[in-house]
Design a protein around this ligand. Structure first.
Ligand code: C5P
Length: 229
């Protein structure tokens, strides 16, 4: 069982993945990008031609293919039936369709169970997503919720997308981000929201390094308190 679970939740493009990876590196911990799991199932559902609105068909997608999630050289690698789909799951088609998979209750239960099993194998782990502090790990040692203003998040996403050759303008990116936030906040299962005991950090005016340093200080503080008990 993990001795330390740190959760980072927050809206799209709030910097969770990068921060989780860097924080894990600084702590000598593993990390899990749970969005990659929703994306992988979405890709498999698209490939299988499953009707995305048919909630009952979606859990079958997880059962019918072999999904592997592993951290290699500090990077989350995703394979389906042995094929590396790490890049493919970042496509716009997958991003746009992930909301259907994310709203399917039975499928979420299965993914949350996989997340807990993944974490149980690690001594220390940083997990990031939308429901990590609320549903997957309610007893986590430290919980964070990262926010940032939507325009700033759109700018950050634009830099990422440009590096991958996409030329979407800022308004298009911001609209897509806001739509995704709304769908994540409004769904009945595992909605996007801060856990009651989460430390909420607005990263709008902070660099990635500043966010990581801030989180690290909170983690060290919590661990010291825990050791004094
Ligand atoms: O974080 P990322 O953008 O890669 O996540 C892709 C999608 O997966 C999100 O838009 C969200 O709908 C879903 N997701 C989720 N719960 C998580 C992680 C991601 O519903 N814990």
């Amino acid at each position: 069982m993990s001795s330390l679970v740190i959760t980072i939740d927050g809206p799209a493009a709030s910097g969770k993945s990068t921060v989780a990876r860097l924080l894990a590196e600084r702590l000598g911990a593993s990390f899990l990008d749970t969005g990659a799991m929703y994306r992988a199932v979405t890709l498999a559902a698209i490939e299988a031609g499953v009707d995305m609105n048919d909630e009952d068909k979606l859990p079958g997608v997880l059962d019918n293919r072999k999904f592997q999630f592993a951290v290699r050289e500090g990077k989350m690698v995703v394979c389906i039936d042995g094929l590396d789909v790490t890049e493919q799951i970042r496509s716009q088609e997958v991003t746009a369709n992930a909301r259907y998979v994310a709203s399917a209750a039975k499928l979420r239960e299965k993914l949350v169970e996989m997340q807990r099993q993944f974490a149980a194998r690690e001594k220390k782990i940083v997990v990031e997503g939308r429901d990590q502090g609320t549903v997957a790990f309610p007893d986590a040692g430290v919980k964070f919720y990262l926010t940032a203003d939507a325009t700033e998040r759109a700018k950050r996403r634009q830099i990422e997308l440009r590096a991958r050759g996409s030329s979407e303008n800022l308004d298009q990116i911001q609209n897509a981000i806001e739509e995704r936030d709304k769908s994540d906040e409004d769904r009945a299962v595992g909605p996007l929201k801060p856990a009651e005991d989460a430390i909420v950090i607005d990263t709008t005016d902070l660099s990635i390094e500043e966010v990581v340093e801030k989180l690290l200080r909170y983690v060290e503080e919590r661990c010291q308190k825990r050791n004094q008990k």
